[in-house]
Ligand binder design. Structure first.
Ligand code: IMP
Ligand code: MG
Length: 174
């Protein structure tokens, strides 16, 4: 049984669906005909990625990367490393990173730096949520779903100690 408090809904599945549709329309406008690589940052972004790409009706590729930043609990360790790497050749490609949440920004800054060294033709970031109040390093989000308050979020892929990823809404745990 879970020892975590009961989450309450912050963003409903309908609100998420509408945001994903809006983002897909923006991405389609910019990437149609470019055959981009969409890189899903595991694990939290898997649901967002799966919903988003179903709305992108043009040729694209997907890849996955897993980074470790958080230990257990709610705080980023700040020490980031790649624990599961890409399979794709990124050099010369249009790369779009798909992230669940930008919090301190340390994880995504690390990843964007890591990818930039591989010399993609272009590199942009799509994030479902942004928690700007916690930022420790500047991050440009090219496609953003929601700005969220300084609360710990779970659901729609996001976890607290691996729990709650399967919730269909984005919820707050106090
Ligand atoms: P950052 O390095 O602090 O920006 O954290 C980035 C990663 O931490 C995100 O990709 C999430 O996986 C995780 N994270 C940050 N905030 C939350 C949250 O509120 N709920 C669940 N995971 C979070
Ligand atoms: Mg993440």
């Amino acid at each position: 049984m879970s020892s975590q408090p009961k989450p309450r809904i912050l963003l409903t599945r309908d609100e998420i669906e509408a945001a994903v549709k809006r983002l897909a329309a923006e991405i389609k406008k910019d990437y149609y005909g470019k055959q981009p690589i969409l890189i899903c940052v595991l694990k939290g972004s898997f649901m967002f990625m799966a919903d988003l790409i179903r709305l992108l009706d043009f040729p694209l590729e997907v890849d996955f990367i897993r980074l470790s930043s958080y230990g257990r609990g709610r705080e980023s360790s700040g020490k980031i490393k790649v624990v599961q790497g890409l399979r794709s050749e990124v050099k010369g490609r249009d790369v779009l990173v798909i992230e669940d949440i930008v919090d301190t920004g340390l994880t995504i800054s690390f990843l964007l730096g890591y990818l930039r060294k591989k010399k993609p033709a272009s590199l942009k970031l799509c994030a479902l949520t942004d928690k700007p109040s916690r930022r420790r390093t500047p991050v440009t989000i090219d496609y953003l779903g929601f700005t969220v308050p300084n609360k710990f979020l779970v659901g729609y892929g996001l976890d607290l100690d691996e729990e709650f990823r399967n919730l269909p809404d984005i919820c707050v745990v106090e």
